[in-house]
Design a protein around this ligand. Structure first.
Ligand code: FES
Length: 356
């Protein structure tokens, strides 16, 4: 087979002549490269090149980092067993995530820093030039490649034996379908998942409570400019599905000057004296919208930087989210506690669900 004469080892040591191409006298009027090649600055040896002790120390640092990485990986596995998540307890989830995360972080950092330090301080320090050459192969290489395909087609009969070819295509198309069907198993079997996702724990009279303590919030506790992370009262007492319910019902509560709110028709009574509650689940892909900028009254989702304007019913003012955060209508009860007037009036979370 013909060889591509531009492939292979094209690396040239940097100290070889690397001058800019020059035109042959009398055969060219335009120089091929109008920029003069500045070449390399003088080579500066590293301390590890000149001092064997420093080199040994660098080697020790590299393998210590790699051993630390091993330690981190082992710790992550141990943490998985030492801090199991039992009975949906949020404290267990936090401990489990934190210690596994610490192990994984150590493993990654040790590996990353070790590799970088190895490359920078221990590996040979030789500067090389990789000559640029055409991406395509030579005409001989291209012809050889085309011949390989033609021979393979001839020998397999791929275009001649159309029944076999079509049945193969059919098998390849059908092959991933079981996976699609199996994914259905992730959704509840005996209930309509769309219906489930369309409703949350909030209903008329449910008190707004602090996350995670579950202590109900009085309207008088919410000062202008403050923001609270809120869950429905009673969420902590759920035996099953507490995290699932929280993932849908989490709310952010803020108090503004009532004059700054601009409710649309029909939503005038959804706030209480400047206190508004919005779903904390981002309408882009469902991250918690956790950052509140008090001066601008903007909520920021840290995942992909969607921003929502609280003064205009959480309208999207920046980022990929496609619709405003759903608002939870609120009021106060006889004792002055903040309560929901109803569930959300639209599905929370990513916009996909709203289309059903
Ligand atoms: S999930 Fe909030 S911006 Fe993407």
């Amino acid at each position: 087979m013909a060889q591509d004469d531009t492939s292979g080892a094209d690396l040239i040591a940097a100290d070889s002549s690397h001058a800019a191409p020059t035109a042959s006298p009398g055969t060219a009027v335009i120089q091929t490269d109008t920029f003069e090649n500045p070449g390399f600055p003088p080579h500066r040896p590293r301390v590890t090149d000149e001092d064997p002790k420093r080199e040994k120390r660098a080697q020790r640092t590299v393998y210590t980092l790699f051993y630390l990485s091993v330690l981190g990986s082992v710790w992550a596995i141990a943490a998985y067993m030492l801090f199991p998540i039992e009975s949906n307890n949020v404290g267990d989830v936090r401990l489990n995530n934190m210690f596994i995360g610490l192990g994984a972080t150590l493993a990654l950092l040790g590996l990353g820093f070790g590799i970088v330090h190895w490359g920078k301080a221990v590996m040979k320090d030789v500067e090389l030039v990789d000559e640029r050459h055409p991406i395509g192969g030579s005409p001989e290489t291209q012809a050889a490649a085309a011949k390989v395909f033609a021979d393979a087609n001839e020998e397999s009969g791929f275009t001649r034996r159309s029944v076999i070819r079509n049945s193969l295509i059919g098998a390849l198309v059908a092959f991933p379908l079981p996976a699609v069907v199996l994914f259905r198993g992730f959704a509840p079997q005996d209930q309509n998942p769309v219906e489930l996702l369309s409703h949350t724990m909030w209903k008329k009279g449910t008190r707004l409570a602090l996350d995670p303590s579950g202590v109900p919030i009085k309207a008088s506790d919410v000062t202008i400019g403050s923001a609270f992370h809120v869950i429905p009262e009673g969420l902590q007492d759920l035996e099953h599905g507490r995290l699932e319910e929280k993932a849908k019902a989490a709310v952010l509560l803020m108090r503004l000057n009532p004059d700054e709110l601009n409710p649309s028709a029909g939503r005038e009574g959804w706030a209480y004296d400047g206190i508004v509650a919005y779903s904390k689940i981002c309408t882009h892909v469902g991250c918690p919208v956790a950052l509140y900028e008090q001066h601008t009254h903007h909520l920021l989702c840290p995942c992909h930087q969607s921003q929502f304007d609280i003064t205009h019913e959480a309208a999207v003012i920046f980022g990929p989210a496609a619709r405003p955060l759903p608002q939870l209508p609120i009021a106060i009860d006889d004792e002055g506690y903040l309560v929901a007037q109803s569930d959300f009036h639209e599905p929370v979370g990513p916009s996909f669900w709203e289309r059903h």
